[in-house]
Every structure is written in structure tokens, then in C-alpha cells.
Design a protein around this ligand. Structure first.
Ligand code: GLN
Length: 302
């Protein structure tokens, strides 16, 4: 396989202009009002290698909420706190063919969350974060991530108010089901924690740095990083995961804000951000870029 550091900035800027043409195919999500105000034309990428070589294009200062991209890092933190055995008593690791916020999937599984990359699994894991309330639980995750990744992730309060301004009936129904089946004990704290961790925010370079936690990071257990990467490969891009795993072949995770993070094992990470989303909720332009890069890396040198 080629190296991430072999990619040239010219190649990257060509792909960026192609990707920006794709954004009209996507739509901004309508259930979080502030995400409707995101600029559809913003497109930024950061490639980082484990030796800290950085190639970045577009507006690298713009901040965005991680949303579902926090899910693999929630899993990573809890694995390091509580170990694999306990965590996988609480959530499974199988892909789902239903949407990320599907109640039906949870009901079909008798209330056992199918994997930690969908809302039922992440809500369950959010309830396990150390701390007595949503603030403390969110801060513990935030501090651990910032300490380990040289990031300065912050809780975007305006985004949080926006998330809380409309009742998210799907998440509410999932929480009710999880409470009924005894997976979680405190529905209000759990929802509050989940909403807060989804609003942890940073810029594209920070997102790429987070990705490095999953690439032979000296402070992270190799076993835990491998577990998280494997689940990202099969479950990270919602119901499109299976199909995209074949094209991309890299562990990836997307979020409803329009960001996607892909891990290139042994090498580094690719972070992209562009708000318009496809029907599954994956950023159209970010996916385009990741597919281009994956193809270039997998193409054998002649
Ligand atoms: N907060 C969002 C939700 O639960 C995150 C989902 C996502 O990024 N896909 O709806």
C-alpha cells in the first residue's frame, strides 16, 4: 500500500474541487436547527501521519461538533476504564441495516443495543461514564481525550441548546426502551450526557489528531484501539457501512454535522468536514474525498 505522506497537495486540491461539486447532492439535517445554518460550501480536510506530518486544506480553523464521531472515542475511553468484558456485556458489535437512530432494531434485539456506533449503543455507553451528572460525565470524557490527543475539544453550548430546543422523539423512544429493558437506570442523565458529548467540538486538525489515538498511540492499549477500529469498519457509516467497507476498506466514522474520520492502520488518519449529507446521513463530499484517497493508497505502484 502507498503511504499517506506520498499524497501531494496538488492531488488533494484537485480532489477537493471535484468533491465540492458533489455537495449539491446532499442536504443539511433538519432536526438540529443550528446545523441548518452550517455553510454548505465549507469543505476542509486534514491528513495526519503517526509521525505528525500534516497535510491540510480548506478552512482548518472552522469548529464543528463531533456528533456521532464521538462514539468510537466513548468506546475507547470506556474500554480503558472498565475493560472489554464489562463493555461487551452492555453492547454488541454487530452491524445494523437500520438507521443510526432506529428503535425497531433495538426492539428486534430485545432491548440489547446492537453496537456502540448507533444511538442505542452510544446512549447505553454514555450512561456508564464516570460522574454523577451529565456535566461531570461529559467533562471526564473530554478531559481524557484532550489529555491523550493534544486537542482542545470544548462543549459548544449554543449547539447543545439547539439540540435541546426540539424534542428528539427517536432518541427519547430509544431511551424509554433501554430503561424498560433495564439497560440504563437514569434516562434523564443519560440523554443529557449523550447530547453533551455529541456537542464536543473542535477543528479538522483536532479531529485528525483524535484519529491518531487509534493508530499505534503510545498511551492507548493496542488491543482496545484494534477493537474500536474493527467496529468502525463494520458499523461506522450506519447502514451504508457494509457497502462502503468494500470501497474504502478503512475504519471510518461519520457524524450528522458532516464530518468523517477514517483511520489508515499503521499510518495515520484522514479527517474531512463538509455539511451536506446523503440519505444515510454521511457527508457527500467527505465520502467522495475518502474514497479517492483510499483508491489512491490501495492502487499498486507500477
Ligand atoms: N446527536 C445526534 C443524534 O443522536 C448525533 C447523531 C449523528 O451524528 N449521526 O441524533
Amino acid at each position: 500500500m502507498k503511504q499517506l505522506s506520498d499524497l501531494s497537495s496538488k492531488q488533494l486540491s484537485d480532489w477537493l474541487s471535484e468533491a465540492s461539486q458533489q455537495t449539491q447532492k446532499g442536504k443539511l439535517p433538519n432536526y438540529i436547527p443550528l446545523l441548518q445554518d452550517s455553510k454548505p460550501s465549507v469543505l476542509t480536510i486534514c491528513i495526519i501521519t503517526k509521525n505528525n506530518y500534516i497535510l491540510s486544506q480548506g478552512d482548518s480553523q472552522i469548529k464543528f461538533p463531533l456528533m456521532s464521531i464521538i462514539k468510537p472515542f466513548l468506546l475507547l475511553y470506556l474500554l480503558s476504564e472498565f475493560g472489554e468484558e464489562l463493555i461487551f456485556q452492555k453492547v454488541g458489535s454487530q452491524p445494523s441495516n437500520y438507521s443510526f437512530n432506529s428503535l425497531k432494531q433495538l426492539q428486534l434485539d430485545q432491548g440489547f443495543p446492537r453496537n456502540p456506533m448507533i444511538n442505542s449503543g452510544a446512549l447505553t455507553l454514555a450512561s456508564l461514564l464516570p460522574g454523577n451528572d451529565g456535566d461531570r460525565k461529559c467533562q471526564n470524557l473530554q478531559q481524557w481525550l484532550n489529555q491523550h490527543s493534544q486537542c482542545d475539544l470544548f462543549l459548544d453550548e449554543l449547539m447543545l441548546h439547539s439540540v435541546q430546543s426540539l424534542p428528539n422523539l427517536r432518541n427519547k423512544a430509544i431511551i424509554d426502551e433501554l430503561t424498560k429493558t433495564g439497560q440504563i437506570n437514569d434516562p434523564d442523565i443519560t440523554l443529557d450526557t449523550y447530547n453533551k458529548i455529541c456537542c464536543l467540538s473542535g477543528n479538522i486538525i483536532e479531529l485528525a489528531r483524535l484519529g491518531l489515538l487509534l493508530v499505534n498511540s503510545p498511551n492507548i492499549s493496542t488491543k482496545n484501539a484494534t477493537i474500536v477500529r474493527n467496529i468502525m469498519t463494520t458499523c461506522g457509516l450506519y447502514e451504508a457501512s457494509e457497502n462502503l467497507a468494500k470501497h474504502i476498506g478503512f475504519p471510518s466514522k461519520s457524524g450528522v454535522s458532516g464530518a468523517i474520520l477514517s483511520i489508515v492502520p499503521e499510518q495515520g488518519a484522514i479527517a474531512c468536514y463538509s455539511p451536506p449529507l446523503d440519505a444515510q446521513g454521511n457527508s457527500v463530499a467527505s465520502l467522495y474525498l475518502i474514497e479517492k484517497i483510499a483508491t489512491a493508497l490501495h492502487t499498486r505502484e507500477k
